[in-house]
Design a binder for this molecule. Structure first.
Ligand code: GCU
Length: 354
């Protein structure tokens, strides 16, 4: 059973607990007082087979080696410490040191992250990485500092596409095919709005509860990337997966600002370097996992729909770009700068060809 967020907030998951008394949770005693081991607790919602989890395992090994064992990252997957919203709150409170969440729920805390949930803003993976690896990506990592959250790095979470459960048993090729269906969304206003403009009904549900929701018909469908559909086994209750690729929503590794500021510059450098290395390594893991996941999902009998009318989806979502809530000058500025990185053949801003 998952602990309730109130229970967690009482401080059970102390990120930086006192030595000796709380050994194993925060600071572990070592031979010399100045050689204490800093244990960093990292909570997230994916499972151990997921390529993002594997990316973070790489980081944990790398930082242990780089710091000569002085920094240790203990990873708690599967929403063991709470869902993504809980985890972000725990970071703000300083009760948890580190988390990996999707940038979608982060919008509720740090609104500029909305840009990542705007549909068809990114042309392809290369465009997406140009943005993450450039000044926009850096600025957004820093954007949550006023909210006591320190962005460390991004992980690739590919493109999100729609899938429909076995009960509805329907392929989605055009926006009209979603009409009237209830679709699970992440806790993000932008994700909710996307489903509304597509004529479906958005239902926010935590990631860990989605398998049952699809199985029992609480929702008709959902949207996600292939590794998440596969590693959660949600494909077992799925009929069709349509590769319409509406958003590229990255995952983000964050630390509690309180914890980050307690590290020495040397420790911060070890952490940052290991995290950056893991981010690059994870992109390779991601590509392999997408191939394997799609293959396994198809073999299980799920119909993979490739003949999707992406242009129809692009046209249908254009009104979102005129929504008052996405017309904040800072969001508009980010959208313009992201579009400018799309390459020479980029369509004009808001021109319907996104
Ligand atoms: C992706 C993402 C997760 C997120 C999930 C969701 O799998 O990596 O961080 O929780 O989508 O749809 O909730």
């Amino acid at each position: 059973m998952k602990p309730s967020s109130a229970f967690l907030k009482t401080g059970l998951v102390a990120a930086f607990a006192a030595p000796l008394a709380l050994a194993g949770w925060g600071l572990l005693p070592a031979a010399q007082p100045d050689e204490r081991v800093h244990v960093i607790r990292l909570g997230h919602g994916l499972n151990r087979d997921h390529p993002v989890h594997k990316g973070m395992e790489f980081m944990a090994d790398d930082v242990a080696r780089r710091s000569g064992g002085k920094l240790r990252i203990d990873i708690y997957p599967d929403e063991q410490l709470g869902n993504e919203r809980d985890l972000i709150e725990l970071l703000q409170l300083g009760s948890l040191a580190m988390t990996k969440v999707s940038t979608a729920p982060l919008e509720n805390f740090s609104p500029l992250f909305q840009v990542f949930s705007l549909p068809y803003l990114f042309r392809d993976r290369e465009h997406f990485f140009r943005v993450l690896d450039g000044p926009v990506g850096d600025e957004l990592l820093q954007a949550s500092v006023p909210f006591r959250l320190k962005g460390i790095t991004y992980y690739d979470a590919g493109a999100r596409s729609f899938y429909i459960n076995k009960r509805r048993n329907r392929p989605v090729r055009r926006p009209e095919d979603l009409s009237g269906m209830s679709i699970r969304v992440q806790r993000s206003r932008t994700a909710v709005r996307l489903i509304e403009v597509l004529g479906a009904k958005p239902i926010p549900i935590a990631f860990g509860e989605l398998y049952t929701a699809l199985d029992t018909g609480t929702v008709d469908g959902a949207e996600n990337n292939p590794p998440s559909l596969y590693t959660t086994r949600q494909y077992e209750v799925t009929s069709y997966y349509s590769l319409n690729e509406h958003t590229y929503v990255p995952d983000i590794l964050m630390m509690s600002l309180d914890t980050w500021e307690r590290f020495s510059p040397e420790e911060q450098e070890w952490l940052q370097t290991s995290a950056d290395a893991s981010s690059l390594h994870q992109r390779v893991l991601w590509e392999e996992s997408v191939r394997e996941s799609l293959d396994a999902i198809a073999k299980s009998g799920v119909g993979i729909v490739e003949d999707v009318d992406k242009e129809a989806f692009r046209r249908r979502v254009q009104p979102m770009y005129a929504d008052a809530e996405f017309r904040h000058p800072q969001i508009q500025d980010l959208v313009r700068r992201i579009e400018a990185l799309a390459g020479a053949a980029a369509p004009p801003s808001g021109g319907g060809g996104r």
